[in-house]
Design a protein around this ligand. Structure first.
Ligand SMILES: CC(C)(COP(=O)(O)OP(=O)(O)OC[C@H]1O[C@@H](n2cnc3c(N)ncnc32)[C@H](O)[C@@H]1OP(=O)(O)O)[C@@H](O)C(=O)NCCC(=O)NCCS
Length: 405
């Protein structure tokens, strides 16, 4: 079987999408083709062709990813799929090879993705960098543990108004929240669209804004009504709740919990450090479940390590193993101070030996090195080095990515 991997031409876009959909065992919806183009960046959507027919796909979009203390360009990987007729023949491996070679050549220091299944990407150097939480709350048990007074006001907006107000709030939070991605203007309308087949009994989105000293937070939500025995038993599903202030955070959740006719509030893609755990009198009522969220791959280890800030000053010697991207292999001396970080090759004995996958897991400051040592994924060559790594790499707030791509 001869397979050619290359970027697709724009006239190949439809067969590219059809291939991805078929790989997932989904149904192709031609009416969504144009809308989906937002995840198509010319040159970054690549396919594996057999006799000019696409049998595997991988798309990429470049974003600025918030990293601890700053931003770095990152390739957001999406649309990865290989037809069921061509599985286990190395097609995905060939796509990953091309994608990471191209990212390196373009000078993109990081790649990131959400994975359909956990075991797929670690072999390509992607490490589990952040978690997300799902909540399912009975609205009768949502008393707060501290007194709460609504100081500002809640306002329901039209979609047009939300398109103007939400991005400002998002930008304020994005500045210091590792795991947030830059959102171009057209991306917001994409975010507000619900395909008919994904409605599952829910209505249109509502757009609610909290205003204190100006817009401070928003919630994008929808509701589903239910009347068991004639009693109100609806569900309010939070699609995205972003708050730039503590007051906005408490007010937005209170607004959701106190909504008339809703017996339940559900949410996914919430941060693993959700402050609601401490705001609620009975945190168990959140029924919180954790799962993997962003996977991060350092494409260029030195640029990535120098491109973020560190919580404390320090010096670490890292022996990095990277079988898939050999250019990253070697020993590095990482020196961090208040001014920034320097990373240079060294021949000294390492403090930690770790793979690119583990470095990706540590990178956003949410995965502790000691846990990776305990799991047998990082080798601690000098006693105490993992603890030092944690005081350098750990970050507040821990990473959170509020949308799948
Ligand atoms: C996941 C998928 C892309 C793999 O494609 P593929 O061309 O069969 O993968 P490769 O042949 O290059 O396999 C590379 C390695 O990954 C392993 N692998 C592939 N899919 C895997 C999976 N779902 N779980 C665990 N391991 C997997 C293979 O066993 C192989 O390992 P080996 O070299 O040790 O044998 C393909 O099965 C698919 O399209 N699945 C449905 C859509 C999907 O989930 N896409 C991912 C979206 S994030």
């Amino acid at each position: 079987m001869d397979i050619e991997v290359r970027p697709i031409a724009s006239e190949e876009y439809e067969s590219f999408v059809r291939t991805t959909v078929a790989a997932f065992g989904g149904t192709y919806h031609p009416e969504e083709l144009e809308r989906e183009r937002i995840e198509f960046e010319p040159g970054l959507s690549i396919a594996a062709f057999e006799s000019r027919v696409p049998v595997g796909t991988a798309a990429g979009i470049t974003f600025d990813l918030t990293v601890p203390g700053g931003f770095l360009p990152a390739l957001a990987v999406t649309g990865v799929g290989v037809l069921p007729t061509h599985r286990s023949r190395g097609v995905l491996t060939a796509l990953m090879r091309r994608q990471l070679d191209d990212a390196r050549e373009a000078g993109t220091p990081l790649a990131t993705l959400w994975s359909s299944e956990g075991p797929i990407y670690p072999r390509f150097g992607y490490g589990l960098a952040s978690l997300h939480a799902a909540l399912d709350v009975d609205t009768r048990h949502t008393a707060y543990s501290v007194p709460f007074t609504m100081r500002g006001r809640m306002r329901l907006l039209s979609e047009e108004e939300a398109l103007k107000s939400f991005p400002d709030v998002y930008e304020r939070v994005r500045d210091r929240q590792p795991g947030f991605l830059s959102r171009p203007a057209e991306w917001w309308s994409h975010r507000f669209f619900i395909p008919e087949r994904q409605r599952q009994g829910y209505g249109d989105y509502f757009f609610a804004l909290y205003e204190g000293d100006g817009p401070e937070g928003y919630v994008l939500y929808r509701t589903k009504h239910d009347w068991p025995d004639g009693l109100p038993g609806g569900t309010l599903d939070v699609e995205e709740l972003v708050a730039a202030t503590d007051q906005a955070y408490a007010a937005l959740w209170r607004y959701c919990f106190d909504h008339d006719l809703m017996a339940k509030v559900t949410a996914e893609l919430r941060p693993s450090f959700e402050p609601l755990l401490h705001l609620m009198q009975d945190p168990r009522r959140l029924r919180m479940r954790l799962a993997d969220a962003l996977w991060v791959r350092p494409v260029d280890v030195r640029t990535a390590l120098e491109g973020r800030r560190y919580r404390s000053a320090g010096r670490l010697l890292l022996d990095v193993r990277d079988q898939f991207c050999r250019w990253n292999e070697g020993r590095f001396e990482l020196e961090a101070s208040g001014e920034g970080a320097f990373c240079r090759p060294t021949t000294s004995m390492p403090d930690l030996t770790l793979g690119a996958t583990e470095l990706g897991a540590l990178y956003l400051g949410g995965t502790p090195a000691w846990a990776l040592v305990r799991a047998g994924r990082i080798s601690e060559e000098r006693a105490g080095a993992a603890e030092e790594a944690d005081s350098m790499f750990g970050w507040t707030p821990p990473p959170w990515c509020p949308h799948r791509f």
